[in-house]
Design a binder for this molecule. Structure first.
Ligand SMILES: Nc1ncnc2c1ncn2[C@@H]1O[C@H](COP(=O)(O)OP(=O)(O)O)[C@@H](O)[C@H]1O
Ligand code: SF4
Ligand SMILES: [Mg+2]
Length: 317
């Protein structure tokens, strides 16, 4: 199986605010939001990778970097073995599509469905639009001249997926594709995505705050906390024997498999402008030790799963 993309020590910083003229004159340093740091990962073709974490942890940023909507501030990004650069970025974009977090804001409400779905092609191709709408369970003749507001939330999400699929991409980034939907249609949407992935031999990056959904859909999981990966590996291993205390808390908080809302661990994700020293999770961790407050834990391989925690390796057990 071949690798579709890879991150090597990727970092993403956002300026907290845009530089004003006075900042330039007085050379004021604008602090950064450290949205992602030390990110190393790779994904093989045909796999589903779930990116799991609370709101504000850097999940969407990771997805946007893969879709080349955001640039990186450090490290390297590879697509099919080649480092992404200005010379090949169009090729990458042809092969990667993203379905955004909130379809009702990412989709132009004034466009008709046939225009919306064909827009990424740059031209209208009736057969392509008909086929792709059909593949997501919508009838072309019924929907082509309608606007998004004439559809339900679930149908709008199907339209957003059709729009992402029309270029026949290899990799699809799905940013919380079911979280805005009613519980009753979430499972339907997940099953549609699974069948599209098999039929079109797609690779998915599936972003979700619900580890129960990740368990259902993915082959591999990345658990991300305050801009860093804390646990990364095979889905079954992570769900059955979670190693990182944060992953354990997320799993314990799955109320029921189908539930839409997940009770988060106590407390909030820390500020990414000034992340805590040492382990970023230490203020919320039930197992916190002295070392955790002062020294950043390294990544340790535990039974094939990468874990960033002082409980493991030489200093742990
Ligand atoms: N364009 C931006 N400018 C400044 N800060 C941003 C921008 N986009 C995201 N952030 C910040 O980066 C962090 C991670 O955000 P995001 O990737 O959207 O997290 P998630 O998808 O996990 O909720 C947050 O602190 C967020 O406020
Ligand atoms: S390094 Fe320490 S504070 Fe961080 S998760 Fe592990 S035990 Fe908890
Ligand atoms: Mg997000």
């Amino acid at each position: 199986m071949s690798e579709i993309f890879r991150f090597e020590d990727v970092k993403k910083l956002y300026p907290v605010q845009k530089k004003q003229l006075l900042d330039v004159i007085f050379r004021r340093k604008i602090p950064d939001v450290r949205a992602l740091e030390h990110v190393n990962l790779s994904l093989d073709e045909g796999k589903i990778l779930a990116v799991v974490g609370e709101s504000g942890s850097g999940k969407s940023t990771m997805g946007k970097i893969v879709a080349t909507i955001e640039t990186i501030s450090g490290g390297k990004l590879f697509f099919e073995g080649k480092e992404v650069n200005p010379g090949n970025i169009r090729e990458v974009r042809r092969n990667v599509s993203m379905v955004f977090q909130n379809p009702s804001t990412s989709i132009n409400p004034r466009m008709r469905i046939k225009e919306l779905v064909s827009e990424p092609l740059g031209k209208f191709d009736e057969k392509a639009v008909r086929d792709v709408l059909n593949s997501v369970g919508l009838d072309y003749d019924d929907s082509k001249d309608k606007q998004p507001r004439e559809f339900s939330g679930g149908q709008v999400q199907r339209i957003a997926i059709a729009r992402a699929l029309i270029k026949d991409p290899k990799l699809l980034v799905l940013d919380e594709p079911t979280s805005a939907l009613d519980e009753s249609i979430q499972a339907q949407m997940l099953n549609l995505l699974i069948s599209l992935q098999k039929k079109n031999k797609l690779t998915y990056i599936f972003i979700t705050h619900n580890i129960g959904v990740a368990k259902y859909i993915s082959d591999e999981i990345i658990v991300i906390y305050a801009g860093e990966i804390v646990e990364y590996g095979d889905t079954r291993k992570i769900i059955e024997t979670p190693k990182h205390p944060y992953t354990q808390l997320l799993i314990n908080s799955i109320p029921s498999f189908k539930s839409k809302t997940v009770a988060s661990p106590v407390g909030d994700v820390p500020s990414l402008i000034n992340p805590p020293e040492g382990c970023r999770f230490h203020s919320r961790c039930p197992f916190v030790m002295e070392i955790c407050k002062g020294r950043e834990p390294p990544y340790i391989d535990v039974n094939g799963v990468k874990v960033k925690c002082w409980l493991y390796g030489e200093n742990g057990n």
